[in-house]
Design a protein. Structure first.
Length: 142
């Protein structure tokens, strides 16, 4: 099962406070363990919301909202994509993670939808398209 593991933003991350050398080293060691175990597929930190934007959809209308965004607790400061046997395994990995923030913090774990979750609506043609796009994306990363 694939999981999106999201490091929630804090006031410090939204202020652009960068991790210390020790913080970077601890997270690097943890990431090495994830890679060695075949769990980590991707991961990155995100700049503060002041550097980003949102696009609000209403029918055919699109409205751009520039950051920063007020609700820090709803923001994501970084992420991993992990492949684990279960949610419990992902939880166990997160429990081993060094605190990603200089203050109290939170990490959210959410499973990805898999093809079989969509049932008959995900036709063989749509599955083929999805597989083709994944292969193209993989080739572009090389």
């Amino acid at each position: 099962m694939r999981f999106m593991v999201m490091v929630k933003a804090t006031a410090a991350s939204e202020a652009g406070v960068m991790p210390t050398k020790a913080d970077l080293a601890a997270m690097g060691k943890f990431n090495e363990e994830l890679v060695a175990a075949g769990v980590m597929q991707s991961g990155d930190g995100l700049k503060p919301s002041s550097k980003g934007a949102r696009v609000r959809f209403s029918g055919k209308d699109r409205r751009v909202i520039d950051g920063p965004f007020a609700e820090t607790k709803e923001l994501v400061a970084g992420f991993w994509i992990w492949n684990c046997a279960s949610l419990q395994e992902a939880i166990e990995w997160v429990k081993r993670c060094p605190n990603p923030m200089p203050t109290d913090s939170e990490i959210e774990i959410r499973p990805f939808y898999e093809a079989e979750d969509f049932g008959a609506e995900f036709t063989p043609e749509l599955r083929e398209q999805e597989e083709r796009l994944r292969k193209e994306m993989d080739a572009q990363r090389r």
